[in-house]
Design a protein around this ligand. Sequence first.
Ligand code: ACO
Length: 400
Amino acid sequence: GIDVTSLEKDAGLLTFDPGYANTGSCQSGITFVDGEKGILRYRGIPIEQLAEKSSFIETAMLLIFGKLPTAEERTAFRTLLSEHELLHEGLLHHFDGFPPGGQPMAILSAVINSLGNYHPELLEIQNMDTFTKAVAKLVSKVRTIAAFSYRKSLGLPFMYPDPNLSYCRNFLHMMFSMPNRDFEPTPQAVSALSLFLVVHADHEQNCSCSTVRMVGSTQANLFASVSSGICALWGRLHGGANAAVIEMLEQILSGRHRVKSYLDMVKRKERRLMGFGHRVYKNFDPRARVLKKAAHELVMQSGGNDPLMDIARELEETALSDDYFKSRKLYPNVDFYSGIILRALGIPVNMFPVMFAIGRMPGWIAHWREENRDPTTRIHRPRQIYIGPPRRPYVPLDQR
Ligand code: ACO
């Protein structure tokens, strides 16, 4: 029933590239990925070096402002983050609009979008000064909103941020302190959180970043654009994968499936091996290597006992020696071990994608800014191959 004649006429010369696997949507100077060699660099610096030596805030500055900050610049930015960490009291009422147990990702994207209403002077980025203010608000408040959405989901009182604490420690304080008891995380837990955020901070034109750029290409404001990134991140094939990995490992732990029978189901295409496979990495994902080591260290430091870590290792080893996975070049991706780290930090599974969103915020901002400043930016508007009915007349209601 396809009207091929009109299809051919209308289509002109189009490339048909489902999932945009071979389409370069922009030029970018932010992040370099070589999927064959397993290379990831932010602004030229290898992820392994940043993971070992940098903090999340320094990495965020590198991505957003294009270079590593001097000590003075870093201190000034930290001060700015503290100044902007509180939420407008009016914004706090938004949390009351969500039902008990509401999804933290829904709360996060809605409140981030609403944030722009409370700072109308930042809806148009006029210069570096307004941009830096908008950056400070987003990077700082995403953490406050994330922690508040968790507290709200449990019916607990909000813990306000403490300007004397570092970025990561402050987040753990807002998550886990009680009015009469301060939460004291170990230094290893704070470093593991920073590392988690560093390796999630950007990954070039992934789905959520492309969404931010798509929305930003209409000249939508920064708050609306990154809020759309949060929605794109939510799905199980993207930022929701870290929670899906834990679900899968728990099913195996509970005895519902064994490792081998689980992999057999995957091979029968009844389900996917979550935390495995990547559009770009076809050898290994360097972020997975970094996180596997960190997960192992954190589990050892906190008593050496997470049965899910053992299952993850067994699953990885068995899959990597199986032709099905080898022939399709399927390897653990960033999500395979990240959930083990988040569990060790006491973060509940429904907050996993939210943690990813906190980490990815600098990347989204950097891409929005790059696109916004690029005079060659055009509104993103892909074409399609029409396969619907050919021309036909409208049939009045009494004749249908
Ligand atoms: N488990 C089992 N088989 C898989 C998996 C997987 N995780 N990933 C890909 N495959 C298979 C496909 O079935 C397909 O096999 P076929 O050729 O026999 O049909 C082949 O590998 C190619 O798969 P595609 O779906 O075409 O690969 P694509 O690049 O579109 O998808 C994706 C990439 C979405 C990451 C995929 O590998 C996947 O679903 N992984 C599981 C979810 C996940 O971990 N997502 C996180 C990704 S990283 C991130 O977002 C941070």
